[in-house]
Design a protein around this ligand. Structure first.
Ligand SMILES: [Cu+2]
Length: 132
C-alpha cells in the first residue's frame, strides 16, 4: 500500500490512441488519409496537421514547409527511420515554431511520402508529394 502512485499512473499513450499508432517494432506506420491532390509548393503545418497533405509539383520544384504550429516539427522523407526515398525532403528537417524551410530540388519523377521524424506514427504529420 506504500506504492499507490504506481497504480494511478496513466495508461501508456499508445493504448489511448488508435490501434494503428501501436505498431510496436514496425517501421512502416499507417498511411495518412490523403485529400485530393492540390497543385502547390507550400505545405503549412499546424496543430491539426500538414495542409494540404497531398500535393502535385513539377519536376525540379522545391516545396516550402511553414511551421505555424506552437511546437517544433522535424520533416523528413519516408521511410522512417531511414529517410532514403526522397533525400531532397530531408533538407527541411527541424523547424521551430514560425520557421519555414524549403526542400531541395525534387528532381526525380515519383511519389514521395514524408513524416515528422519526432512524431513518426502521427498520421496528421504525414503527407505525399507527387513529382511529375
Ligand atoms: Cu523518420
Amino acid at each position: 500500500m506504500h506504492n499507490l502512485k504506481r497504480v494511478l499512473q496513466p495508461l501508456p499513450l499508445c493504448v489511448l490512441l488508435a490501434a494503428t499508432a501501436c505498431g510496436g517494432s514496425s517501421s512502416s506506420p499507417a498511411s495518412p488519409v490523403l485529400t485530393a491532390a492540390v497543385q502547390t509548393t507550400t505545405i503549412t503545418i499546424t496543430a491539426a496537421g500538414v495542409s494540404p497533405n497531398n500535393i502535385d509539383v513539377a519536376l525540379g520544384a522545391r516545396v516550402l514547409f511553414i511551421n505555424n504550429d506552437s511546437r517544433s516539427h522535424n520533416m523528413t522523407s519516408d521511410p522512417h527511420p531511414d529517410h532514403t526515398d526522397c533525400p531532397a525532403i530531408n533538407s527541411v528537417g527541424f523547424l521551430q515554431p514560425g520557421q519555414q524551410v524549403q526542400t531541395g530540388n525534387l528532381n526525380t519523377a515519383r511519389t514521395c511520402g514524408y513524416h515528422d521524424h519526432d512524431d513518426p506514427f502521427n498520421t496528421k504529420f504525414r503527407g505525399t508529394i507527387n513529382i511529375k
